[in-house]
Design a protein around this ligand. Structure first.
Ligand code: HEM
Length: 334
């Protein structure tokens, strides 16, 4: 089966959205440390399902890197060996990157599925980059952007390891999210450039610049949201109503700024309509903004309902991608 380059770009984009969603489910369920090591999970390609699998066993064949839990610490097999009838310390080294040594099957598997989705998107993006070579004579920019997206993903995979090693430091989690948005931006640009059915729109420079301003505003709102999330992460026990009184100043700005986003996007939409520039994607953008605000309100006033955090993040990423698409349509001639 021959898959076109454009289809590969679209599949990559969908996969990145699922990775962003899954990453947030990991955070919501506190599964980030479900796999203590990286890229394997407890030293296995397919992680354990029961705590007993991580107990030391006699006459057992261990492979280098496999992990057991001993005296509430993680021990890593130094080499391949078969255990004797007693535990021998010299075969094991203490896992020193962090001291988290619990096993929770659902946390482990949520984190593992998140990693599988990441790996799958890596494979598809690698394939997409290789396929981009066919644009060598037509448009070298496409090859360059594909390579940048691939490097972005490699950086994200490396950062993912750093995040686990740092026991989920909020700042690193935030950089990880911004990296994902840059990849979304690159893939949206590639979708626009390589889909023959999509045409650019000619209009005046003020409208073009306005679309960029709206995108920058959404990016700023996302950065503010990330700060609110860093705060929530540091006060995890105070979710919901009890958190209302102590939410930081950034939250007030985040909440109020969304009103400016609504107002200016409605204004822009009406302006486009008046100029007979019907962009069906703008209905979708307005829908996403409305949905995002409803989810935001539900988190704040109704104690973070189930899945509200991953949905808030997913909708923000979809909004960012859709607005980037409008910017490309208005500002990049095809
Ligand atoms: C266009 C509007 C909005 C956008 C694009 C947006 C985007 C974001 C983003 C990207 C995050 C960080 C999520 C994460 O890192 O997991 C966030 C967090 C948050 N936002 Fe918004 N947001 C918007 C409106 C609102 C509104 C109106 C409210 C409340 C009235 C709100 C409440 C929150 C809260 C409570 C958090 C912390 C969530 C958490 O800890 O998972 N947001 N927002």
């Amino acid at each position: 089966m021959k898959i076109s380059y454009n289809k590969l770009v679209k599949i990559s984009l969908i996969l990145i959205f699922t990775v962003i969603f899954a990453g947030s489910v990991v955070r919501m369920t506190g599964s980030g440390m479900g796999c203590p090591d990286w890229p394997k999970c407890f030293g296995y390609l397919i992680p354990p399902i029961e705590r007993s699998q991580l107990d030391w066993k006699k006459s057992h064949r261990y492979k280098k890197g496999e992990i057991i839990i001993k005296n509430k610490t993680l021990r890593v097999a130094k080499n391949d060996f078969v255990s004797s009838s007693i535990y021998e310390e010299e075969n094991w080294s203490l896992y020193t990157k962090h001291d988290y040594a619990d096993f929770n099957a659902s946390h482990t598997w949520i984190e593992y599925i998140n990693r599988l989705l990441g790996a799958l998107s890596g494979i598809v993006i690698l394939f997409m980059t290789i396929t981009s070579i066919k644009f060598y004579k037509i448009n070298k920019k496409i090859i360059l952007i594909s390579i940048l997206v691939l490097f972005g993903l490699i950086f994200e995979a490396w950062l993912g390891k750093e995040v686990v090693d740092s026991n989920l430091k909020p700042f690193k989690v935030s950089i990880h999210l911004i990296g994902a948005l840059i990849i979304v931006f690159g893939l949206t640009l590639l979708t626009y450039l390589t889909d023959k059915k999509i045409e650019s729109i000619k209009t005046n420079p003020i409208i073009n610049k306005f679309s960029i301003l709206l995108l920058v505003m959404t990016f700023f709102e996302i950065i503010l949201g990330i700060q609110v999330r860093e705060f929530v992460d540091s006060k995890i026990d105070l979710k919901g109503n009890s958190a209302m009184n102590i939410f930081p100043f950034e939250f007030d700005v985040h909440r109020s700024f969304s009103l400016l986003i609504v107002g200016l996007n409605i204004y822009f939409y009406r302006k486009l309509k008046k100029m007979k520039l019907i962009l069906p994607i703008y209905n979708f953008i307005l829908f996403l903004i409305g949905l995002e605000i409803i989810i935001g309100i539900s988190m704040f006033y109704f104690s973070f309902p189930f899945l509200s955090q991953p949905l808030h993040l997913l909708v923000a990423s979809l909004l960012f991608a859709s607005q980037s698409f409008v910017v490309f349509k208005l500002n990049i001639k095809k």
